[in-house]
Design a protein around this ligand. Sequence first.
Ligand SMILES: Cc1cc2nc3c(=O)[nH]c(=O)nc-3n(C[C@H](O)[C@H](O)[C@H](O)COP(=O)(O)OP(=O)(O)OC[C@H]3O[C@@H](n4cnc5c(N)ncnc54)[C@H](O)[C@@H]3O)c2cc1C
Length: 348
Amino acid sequence: MKRHLIIGGGVAGCSLAWRLIQRGEKVRLIDNKKNKSSTIAAGMINPIVFRRVTKSWRVDEFLPEAISFYNDIEHAVGCKFFTPIKIRRFFASDQEKIYWNEKQKTTEYKSYLSPSESRQYQFSNPKNKWGSGIVKNAYRVDAKCFMKEIHQLLNLRGVLSYESFDDGQFNPCKMVYKNEIYDSVVFCCGSDQDEISYFKQVEIQHTKGQLLSINSFDMTEKETWNHKGFILPIGKKSFKVGATIERGVRDNNITKQGADNLTGVLEGVFSGKYEVSTQTSGIRPTVYDRRPVLGEHSEHKGLYIFNGLGTKGYLMAPLLAYEMMRFMLSGKPLHKEVELFRFYEKHQ
Ligand SMILES: Cc1cc2nc3c(=O)[nH]c(=O)nc-3n(C[C@H](O)[C@H](O)[C@H](O)COP(=O)(O)OP(=O)(O)OC[C@H]3O[C@@H](n4cnc5c(N)ncnc54)[C@H](O)[C@@H]3O)c2cc1C
């Protein structure tokens, strides 16, 4: 049994901690309670990238792992936070409708796309003239509930403590943190990675996202609607409307401009009555090539990074945590596109 220290209790750090615990490893997870992403996220798992109608990167591998991972955690905590959803995409152009109809017939896409429809729906914006289609095999993680429950679970097992990583107490040559020796130390700090003195080559960009919560008796609770953004039912006639994409913005404040953009998204697809209840904001940890970044430090053996989950953390974290664990425990190579070494090459 090896000893592992994980810094950062977002979906990345918690998924990795759980994978290691399931393998019988000894884990300590520390989190500074300044979460800016995993607790704020809408938690949608959408297998399709719209406009060109393509599958999300590695979705055929990520999705089954995500389903079994969230089901397992639900079982362990005795609480429901993971549900299948239907996403109705209102096409943005005739071209998108053509792509949709072509791909929908193929074996590769059949399990993700239903046939397109041309009719209007009650309270759908009549300006959307290209029709719509349903994405199948989509899910939602109630992110706030998931984070609360997994923290409680890890806390009860004596794994999690709330503190900030103290650089002065870490010796990376001896792998000693606060007088304890570890076999591995993994940084899962999301957009705050730039406050850590290791992995300085890795540029984790800050992509701010804002969400509105609304109440509406007119909007259907049976479907998530998508067109330039989404309206996601979260129960009791409440919905999340999202999300803005504000690249390179480091502050986490809600803004009037954010609210205006989201109202535009909402009214672009929905013509019914609604009331805004709250506005929230977070920071996605993103990477220039839109791929996560996983790997071991070039000088300090046993020092790792698991970051860059971008806009799809809830889809990717379960499988990536498994692959990270295998890499740490048995050296099995990581997927080529997530490798940390692309940053070293970039800087040479
Ligand atoms: C508005 C918005 C909507 C989103 N919607 C979706 C969605 O629908 N579907 C989806 O899949 N993804 C969505 N995302 C993206 C998703 O939230 C991220 O991909 C994911 O949460 C990143 O997880 P993480 O664990 O890497 O980072 P984080 O969640 O940021 O976690 C990092 C953790 O590290 C801790 N930490 C940092 N520094 C230290 C330190 N020095 N010491 C101790 N602890 C430290 C922080 O407190 C934090 O808890 C959304 C994000 C935003 C902002």
